[in-house]
Design a protein around this ligand. Sequence first.
Ligand code: G6P
Length: 357
Amino acid sequence: DVGKSGYDHYMLKEIYEQPRAVRQCTRGRVTEMAGSLELSELPASVRSGTDRVQLVGCGTSFYAMQYGASLLCEHGIPAQPFVASEYDADSIPIEPDTLVVAVTQSGETADTLGALRAANRAGATTLAVTNVVGSSAARECDAAVYIRAGPEISVAATKSFASQQVTLAMIASVLAERQSQPFLGALRDLPSRIQHVLDTSSARHVAEEIVDADAYFFVGRRYQYPVALEGALKMKEITYEHAEGFAAGELKHGPLALVTPRTPVVALVTGSEDVVDRTLGTVREVEARGAPVVAVTTSSAPVEPVADYVLEVPETHRHLVPILTNVQLQLLAYWTADLLGRPIDKPRNLAKSVTVE
Ligand code: G6P
């Protein structure tokens, strides 16, 4: 209990450690005055020789990679995320300019190491994005970039996800040689934005309102789609309740059949006007079926007519908003699990690091 610093669970402590974790992650790497981002761990050959990226990982790391892949693609670098246990280097083409990135908090996940070894055998250049210095992933890759989240004790990953998102956003920006001043400024301010979410979140109150549900659905578009998946994973890991994440646009192609007044829908409503409008279209569809709507948004104005509950996050660079919305989803899962009296730090059947394939 001493290690929990007064928090009831390591998970809550680690959620609250995110401003510090992100500050550590960017320290010495972002030089805003000079308008540059320096990732000295990335060898020059990787920086100049990478034209396409494949990412491999599991669980929460996979969702961070999905987010990272969409940023790489937006920067003009084709990138494909693979669930590590489904990665087959024999049938997935690796070109001389392909970088394979293994994203793993522990650096010891067997499925991820298996994919990484297959990529190494196929002759790919490999990069580990990990939290643990000297881990197997770090040792077996050509290079390693550390996410610097600090020790994560709770089985459910929280701060490591934020640090992976930040690290992948930095890697995408370095590989694309696009280091805009607004992005660097937003990275510098990110810890205070996260702190603001922690200080003002009403997720605990929302959890009290929706705790007695049949299932929880999470929807998002673009960068928020992987966050919807991660939000649902967090909810199912620690509450043992049924939770699913969907691309908002996919709801009408099947999952809408599951929506009832007893299935709260958590909608990530952020992005350009067009993305917000289309996500609100999805929200109206679930509202018409009587589902309670929790909107996670940067501005409550457009969601108020359709949302039962609003969890607001501050504005920031569009690439970093998904880090803030995810903090609200972590808190929502945490407080729901707490109300249900679950053993939050050690959920049944799960392990912090899965070292068997
Ligand atoms: C386990 C943990 C998850 C984690 C996954 C990948 O399943 O319970 O929280 O996301 O492994 O772990 P890694 O250390 O590779 O990021």
